[in-house]
Design a protein around this ligand. Structure first.
Ligand code: PLP
Length: 380
């Protein structure tokens, strides 16, 4: 078995060693319930509050505005459902055609059930949101505008500050799904003027099963469920202290390593430019746009992406065909469809997503393996 090259970091990441070290004492020694008044409880409580400060620093908001969730999907649902339950009168929601299913499928389901009126703003071939269409869609009836900061398949970064202006002009609230952006670019709730911001730990070297939601002070959400009233009463359930401590450690590492993220971008650019130079009939999705430095969405025209992904897997290279959640499907991804990519391009889109642990040796080996696999048609 060749040594693995992991280039599927937009799907999930390896937990950083420092994160595991920070978490371990909270399994073995400091295992108290953070709401207990004894010593072990107080230790857990202090750790959770220190973690809240660390996560707030990553998200550019106040610690009192941060609550811990289990994942990005939960944070997104908490905002959408929690807000609708609070405002039974005002029911229009505006989103875009390239959102993650945790937003788009939920909103479509609510629309089908006649709970909301939904407007879906299109994107162009490079994945750029049509701001004129957004301006037209947001009206006085709009309760919420939900837009991701960075797209999971292409890495394209959306102009959130301008979308915030459009939303707030009409007194609508803005939810930003920053799950793919956190740890890869600076994310600031204040600078973006977002009312809600969701992140997920496993996308930036914290464990799976922990995320956070920033809620602008003064905005109320109806809880999805009831219980002990933890996390401002919005997210009842005993806090997973080790995971929260891990999220904070990952947030600290992410902030420390952001200034050197250009190294990741340079590796991504090397991967893209050499694959495009080596192989005809290839293109990069979103290449003309501001993009995450770690994401390469490469179309191998007239091929089947899942066959390439399988062939690369046999050589020890882990990548995905479109979004990981759609892997195994032979349909082009909904993002590629929304971008209006022709079928011969959309069917062959492979996503390579790097991390700050990716090495130049791994990239050079990947370039060579991709060349062999595609040129010699070892794909089946
Ligand atoms: N939002 C975006 C943009 C994502 O890419 C993902 C996961 O891929 C999610 C939300 C869901 O996050 P989680 O896996 O933590 O539920």
């Amino acid at each position: 078995m060749p040594e693995l090259i992991y280039l599927d970091n937009n799907a999930t990441t390896r937990v950083a060693d420092e994160v595991v070290s920070a978490m371990t004492p909270f399994y073995r020694e400091h295992y108290g319930n953070p709401h207990a008044i004894h010593l072990l409880g107080r230790r857990s409580h202090d750790a959770v509050e220190a973690a809240r400060e660390e996560v707030a620093a990553l998200l550019g908001c106040d610690p009192t505005e941060v609550i811990f969730t289990s994942c990005g999907t939960e944070g997104n649902a908490m905002v959408i459902r929690g807000l609708l339950d609070r405002h039974p009168g005002k029911r229009k929601v505006v989103t875009t055609a390239v959102e993650h299913p945790s937003v788009l499928t939920l909103l479509r389901t609510l629309e089908r059930a006649n709970v909301i009126e939904l407007a879906i703003v299109p994107v162009d071939r490079e994945g750029v949101i049509d701001l004129d269409a957004m301006r037209e869609a947001v009206d006085d009836e709009t309760l919420l505008v939900s837009v991701m900061l960075a797209q999971n398949e292409t890495g394209v970064i959306h102009p959130i500050a301008r979308i915030a202006e459009i939303a707030h002009e009409k007194d609508s609230l803005l939810h930003v799904d920053a799950v793919q952006a956190a740890g890869k670019i600076e994310v600031s709730q204040r600078a973006l003027d977002a009312d809600f911001l969701t992140i997920s730990g496993h996308k930036f070297h914290a464990p799976k099963g922990i995320g956070a939601l920033a809620i602008r002070r003064g905005i109320a959400l109806q809880p999805l469920w009831y219980g002990g009233g933890q996390e401002l009463g919005i997210r009842s359930g005993t806090e997973p202290v080790p995971a929260i401590v891990g999220l904070a450690a990952a947030a600290r590492l992410a902030r420390q390593s952001l200034p050197s993220y250009d190294r990741v971008r340079a590796l991504r650019d090397r991967l893209e430019s050499r694959i495009l130079a080596n192989l005809e009939e290839t293109s990069v999705n979103g290449a003309t746009q501001p993009r995450l430095g770690n994401t390469a969405s490469i179309a191998f025209h007239d091929t089947q992406a899942d066959a390439i992904v399988r062939a690369l897997d046999e050589q020890g290279v882990c990548v995905s065909a479109g979004a990981a959640c759609h892997s195994g499907s032979v349909e082009p991804s909904s993002t590629m469809k929304a971008m209006g990519k022709p079928l011969r391009v959309a069917m062959g889109v492979v996503r390579f997503s790097l991390s700050r642990y990716t090495t130049v040796e791994e990239i050079d080996r990947t370039i060579s393996i991709v060349g062999d696999v595609v040129r010699h048609k070892t794909i089946v």
